[in-house]
Design a protein around this ligand. Sequence first.
Ligand SMILES: [Zn+2]
Length: 59
Amino acid sequence: MSKTCPSCNGKNIAKIFWGLPADMKSIEEALERKEIVLGGCNVTSNDPKLECNDCYHRW
Ligand SMILES: [Zn+2]
C-alpha cells in the first residue's frame, strides 16, 4: 500500500472494515497481516476509511 498516515507519516496503514463480515474466514488473513481492522457495526456516512497501525489515527 502506498498510503501515508497524515498524523505520523507512517506507511503501516490498514483499511477499516465497517459492518459485520459475511464470511469471517475470508478476512481473517487480512486481519492478521494488519491490512484491515474491524471498525464495528455502527456504520455512518462519515466513518473513517483507514487506520494507522502505528499511532491508531483514523481518517
Ligand atoms: Zn500514524
